[in-house]
Ligand binder design. Structure first.
Ligand code: AMP
Length: 349
């Protein structure tokens, strides 16, 4: 086990979006500095000590970045493997490469979860368009074709209602059977360098058009299921020898919990922890990757988190005038449809 990072140490963050921004704020509260690596516009850069604006393929920029930091973490999961090899030859990457490899590829992820004995949607490999009829025959309809890589917020997904349907994602895919769920929940779990685990209370998620709209805690699911959810998230983290915060998305079904996907990073559905817990998911992640003891995941309030997406920003004056609303804006200059611009947390009691 390595020593904890000393105050003033620099945490390198791959990805400069809102998650990197909130990680950066949390890191500074703990006395660390952050260095953001981001090819595009970087909302996180506003609150960081340094920013590298370069492509994820720029070996020289990656090398300089790694040499300038003490540990590397990420909020963006699709950094090319060669670049990660280079970074890892210079500084530790936390969470580790295995967690990234598993979650970057929906097929590998499903196989990993199945091999752990966890339930997933029924799935079939559809490596190319010609594999689609056989996959449809095996899985049936309704089903969803999802690209193996680079999918998020429901992007790269096609729904199938008829086995004769012949749409194609244009890239290697997995066909998933439709899960008949009564709710979607997620567990945010943290694992420290010493193997200790802290989980937050699962939140109930509502999506609109494939994008997370709200997360509510408590989720309203039975306590036995809450325990199941937390235990299975901890099992996933332990199996990956994980260090950091991870989001596990689950479907609640009549037969129990089905794992939808895992995200090896802080997660949108964990933003409520900013208003409901002493140590929120961002601080928890920084603590974990810095080798500090984990904070308590205990929830002391009921909270609803709502994303501010695109034109929701028009509601800002009204939200600012509400004294009980905690507002987080990401500092993005351009408002676009479907773009996450900020979020709010409301404490219910
Ligand atoms: P994903 O990108 O896999 O998180 O999917 C986005 C959303 O689509 C999920 O949050 C669910 O609402 C829905 N969804 C995805 N996969 C399935 C499935 N196998 N069965 C039912 N709904 C699904």
């Amino acid at each position: 086990m390595s020593d904890p990072l000393a105050p003033g140490a620099v945490i390198g963050i791959l990805g400069g979006g809102q998650l990197g921004r909130m990680l950066s704020v949390a890191a500074s509260r703990l006395g660390y500095r952050t260095h953001i690596y981001e090819p595009g516009a970087a909302p996180a850069g506003d609150v960081a000590h340094a920013v590298t604006n370069a492509s994820y393929e720029d070996a020289e920029a990656l090398r300089r970045f790694a040499e300038a930091v003490d540990v590397i973490t990420y909020e963006f999961e699709n950094v090319p493997a060669d670049s990660l090899d280079l970074l890892e030859s210079i500084r530790p990457i936390r969470p580790n490469r295995r967690a990234l490899a598993v979650s970057q590829d929906r097929l590998t992820e499903k196989e990993f979860l199945r091999d752990l004995g966890l339930r997933t949607a029924p799935f079939a490999d559809a490596a190319s368009e010609k594999d689609l009829p056989a996959a449809l025959k095996r899985i049936g309809v309704p089903s969803i074709l999802k690209t193996r890589r680079m999918g998020y917020d429901g992007k790269g997904q096609i729904r199938f209602a008829d086995v004769g349907q012949r749409d194609w994602t244009g890239a290697e895919a997995v066909l998933e059977g439709f899960v008949d769920f009564s709710a979607e929940i997620s567990v945010i779990v943290a694992r420290g360098i010493d193997g200790s685990v802290a989980a937050y209370d699962p939140g109930r998620n509502l999506h609109e058009g494939g994008i997370l709209r709200t997360t509510t805690v408590p989720s309203g699911i039975p306590q036995a299921m809450v325990t199941d959810a937390v235990l299975l998230a901890a099992r996933i983290a332990a199996a990956l020898d994980y260090v950091g915060v991870m989001g596990v998305e689950l479907f609640v079904t009549a037969e129990g919990l089905v794992v939808n996907e895992i995200a090896p990073r802080v997660h949108n559905s964990g933003h409520w922890t900013q208003a409901g817990c002493t140590v929120d998911q961002f601080e928890q992640h920084i603590r974990a990757i810095a080798g500090l003891p984990l904070g308590d995941g205990k929830r002391y309030a009921d909270v609803v988190m709502e994303n501010l997406i695109g034109q929701d920003m028009d509601r800002l004056p009204e939200l600012l005038a509400s004294p009980d609303v905690q507002i987080h804006l990401y500092g993005k200059s351009e408002t676009r449809e479907g773009r996450k611009m900020g979020h709010i947390n409301r404490v219910l009691r």
